[in-house]
Write a protein that binds this ligand. Structure first.
Ligand code: SF4
Length: 159
């Protein structure tokens, strides 16, 4: 997998203070996409074991407490990203069980394949659907257009 950016301290992509990973690869081509440089699967940098280790280390940092991990992009549920993202979310839930995981995808929940569902079962919140310019609103929390949904998947998730 490739990624565009990793922010070890982030207060804008989800609730609280978080770690955020922007992965590469997106097939949705939404009009008005703010992140077109993430569309190519091989853009950005290689996602390495060392970065996965750093994310775990940042999430468990006692000096600056993180509420959780945000996965954005690009699309973390692009079929080519699933193996690496599954490995990451399984590890976060195993080694950082008190942290929540939010994920933004251009697929709708109903469109998800069984392989994508295997990732989603480890998430706390999924923000789903393509960005639709005609339904754009700055008033919306955590999403750009009103067709997108903030779907709570675990009872402990705070939205
Ligand atoms: S899903 Fe997100 S990254 Fe992909 S094209 Fe749409 S707005 Fe851009």
């Amino acid at each position: 997998m490739y990624y565009q950016a990793y922010h070890p301290i982030d207060v804008v992509n989800g609730p609280g203070t978080r770690c955020t990973l922007f992965v590469s690869g997106c097939e949705h081509q939404c009009k008005g996409c703010y992140n077109q440089n993430t569309w190519r699967l091989d853009s950005g940098h290689t996602f390495t074991q060392a970065l996965e280790d750093k994310i775990i280390s940042d999430l468990t940092d006692q000096r600056i407490k993180r509420q959780g991990l945000s996965l954005s992009g690009g699309d973390p549920l692009h079929p080519h990203n699933l193996l690496a993202v599954l490995s990451l979310v399984e590890r976060v839930k195993r080694e950082c069980p008190d942290k929540d995981i939010w994920c933004w995808t251009g697929y709708t929940y109903e469109q998800l394949s069984s392989e994508q569902q295997a990732v989603v079962q480890h998430l706390d919140v999924l923000v789903d659907g393509k960005f639709e310019q005609t339904m754009k609103s700055p008033q919306l929390a955590w999403r750009g257009s009103s067709n997108q949904r903030v779907i709570t998947l675990s009872s402990s998730a705070e939205t």
